[in-house]
Design a binder for this molecule. Sequence first.
Ligand SMILES: O=C(O)CCC(=O)C(=O)O
Length: 219
Amino acid sequence: MKKYSPRRDFVIVEDYFTPRQAAQWLALILKKGSDPIRGFHHPHVKANRFHKNPKYPVKKYMCLGLYWDPRDYHYYPVIPDFNVRPYPIPRELEDLTFKILEEHFPTPSFSPEGVLINFYTDDSTMGLHIDKDEEAQDSPVIGLNFGSTCRFFFEDEGGEMKEVRIPGNSVYIFGGSARGMKHGVGTIYSKTLSAGAEKYLKNKERINLTIRQIYRAPA
Ligand SMILES: O=C(O)CCC(=O)C(=O)O
């Protein structure tokens, strides 16, 4: 494992997953992702002055727990178009989240309520944005990365944009002073598939899960 902090309160742990663990997580995600309603789909996003029905930049997208709707940036207990609940967050994913936080980003309490899963292909990018749709802004965001390496942009403490390469089989956590940092994903690099992903992903494919607490705990 190689752990480093590209800025305060933003931690990356490379080689967090063994190839075997990565293969197990990918098998689980892709099985859920194959469901025609709760699985991967290409949602619409908020209309803008150029497009009435623009589409989300990452073609394959799904949620566990609560559903984040890219049309209005709200979290819902059901997938709005189908009135069907997303798959719940598997117990083993909750346990993994607690373990990652305990080992790498001690946090007094954390309740995993929503997981966004982005399946990047060679034509996907994710524009710069701030994760501000969760009420629980004191809770960190935990990212699990599988497959190809990506170029990841983030805002440093001085407001300047910097970049790192985030490989598959790694995790990242940003919270505290970094919770409101701008970030985004650029190029997905060719021929960088991480060990364990070969059977599940093609060249330039990447799967990222971000695990979040959405609501503030009652006082
Ligand atoms: O793919 C990633 O690592 C970033 C995902 C992201 O920015 C988000 O879900 O808000």
